[in-house]
Write a protein that binds this ligand. Structure first.
Ligand SMILES: [Zn+2]
Length: 311
C-alpha cells in the first residue's frame, strides 16, 4: 500500500506516533510495518522504537483497500450523512460551540486574536461569543452558533467549469499537515490535495478568471458527536448574481471517492450552504488563534462543537 500515497516531506513531517499505534491504526503486525518502512514509510527511532507521522499512517490506512483499518472505518462513519437525503442538511441547526486556545510555549500575559465563528455571513447567527481577554497560557471562547442551509448553486458557467476541471483532474485527497497545505503548489505537484490546499488553488483560479474569491477556514461539525479534527476550508466567491457562494471543493471530492450514492450532497457542495459548516473569519492559510506574547510556537486550537438538543 506504500506506492499509492505521497508521504509527508521531511520539512513538514512530525514523527510522534510509536510503532504500536501504527499497528493499531492499520490493523497489522510488526512484519507489515517492516515492509512499509522498507517501501519508504519515513520514521525516526527514539528509545529504540520507530515513530511515524500521523498523516502518513492515516493515508496508508485510507488507501489500503483492506476495509478494516481505523482510517477507513472512521471515514465511512463520517460520511454516512452524505448518502442520506440532503433536506436534513438544509434546516436550521444550533451548536454549542467551545474553543480552547493553548499557547504551549507562552512567554507571558498578552492579548489573543481568535478568528471567531461568522455564521451571519451565510444567514446564521452567533449568541454570546465574547472575545478572549488578555491572559497567559490559555484562553476560552464559547457561543451558541446557529447555522442553516440553502440551495444556492453556482450559476456562472465559468465557475462551474473551473470547479469541474479541478474535480476531474485526479488529485488524490490525503490528510496533510496544515502548515504544508498553505504550500498548495507543493501539495498539488505531488498529485495530492486536501481541504485548505484545494481551496487556495481553486480560489486563485477563480480570481484569474476575474471573480472575487477567497479561501476561508471554518469548522465542519456534527460528525462523530463533535467537531471533526480535520481542517476545513472552502472557497467563497461572488457569483454572477452578485451573491456570495461557497464551494466546498474537498468535501465534494471526498464524498465522490467514498461512495457513489452521494450525488445530491456533491451538488450541494458546489455553491450551496449546509448546516454542518460554521464559517470563520480566518483566511484559508491562516491560523484560528494567535497569542501576542512573542512565542514562536503556534497556538493550539481545540474545538468542542456539539449539536444542541432539539435542533
Ligand atoms: Zn503566549
Amino acid at each position: 500500500m506504500a506506492e499509492s500515497i505521497e508521504f509527508v516531506p521531511a520539512e513538514y513531517s512530525h514523527k510522534t506516533q510509536p510503532e504500536s499505534t501504527a499497528q493499531e491504526m492499520l490493523r497489522c503486525g510488526p512484519a507489515d510495518i517492516d515492509r512499509l518502512a522498507d517501501a519508504g514509510l519515513p520514521f525516526e527511532v527514539r528509545s529504540g522504537v520507530r515513530h511515524f507521522d500521523v498523516n502518513d499512517l492515516y493515508n496508508l490506512g485510507m488507501y489500503s483497500g483492506r476495509g478494516n483499518t481505523q482510517p477507513e472505518l472512521a471515514f465511512r462513519m463520517l460520511f454516512r450523512f452524505a448518502g442520506r437525503p440532503v433536506d436534513d442538511l438544509l434546516r436550521e441547526k444550533t451548536w454549542d460551540f467551545k474553543v480552547t486556545l493553548d499557547c504551549v510555549a507562552c512567554e507571558g500575559e498578552a492579548p489573543w486574536r481568535f478568528a471567531a465563528p461568522d455564521a451571519a455571513r451565510f444567514g446564521g447567527r452567533v449568541a454570546g461569543g465574547q472575545a478572549p481577554q488578555a491572559s497567559t497560557g490559555s484562553a476560552h471562547y464559547q457561543a451558541k452558533v446557529t447555522t442553516l442551509g440553502a440551495r444556492t448553486p453556482l450559476l456562472s458557467a465559468q465557475l462551474r467549469r473551473l470547479t469541474r476541471d479541478y474535480l476531474d483532474s485526479g488529485y488524490r485527497w490525503q490528510m496533510i499537515p496544515v502548515a504544508m497545505q498553505a504550500d498548495y503548489e507543493l501539495v498539488h505537484a505531488l498529485g495530492a490535495t486536501s481541504c485548505i490546499a484545494a481551496s487556495l488553488l481553486l480560489a486563485e483560479r477563480f480570481r484569474s478568471a476575474g471573480y472575487r474569491a477567497e479561501a476561508k477556514r471554518g469548522w465542519f461539525c456534527g460528525v462523530l458527536g463533535g467537531a471533526l479534527d480535520l481542517p476545513h476550508a472552502c472557497v467563497e466567491v461572488v457569483d454572477d448574481d452578485g451573491a456570495l457562494k461557497t464551494v466546498d471543493i474537498a468535501k465534494a471530492q471526498l464524498a465522490a471517492r467514498l461512495s457513489p450514492d452521494t450525488g445530491d450532497f456533491q451538488e450541494l457542495c458546489l455553491g450551496s450552504i449546509y448546516n454542518k459548516v460554521i464559517p470563520s473569519t480566518a483566511c484559508g492559510n491562516a491560523s484560528f488563534g494567535q497569542h501576542e506574547c512573542g512565542s514562536r510556537q503556534p497556538v493550539q486550537v481545540r474545538a468542542d462543537i456539539r449539536s444542541m438538543q432539539g435542533s
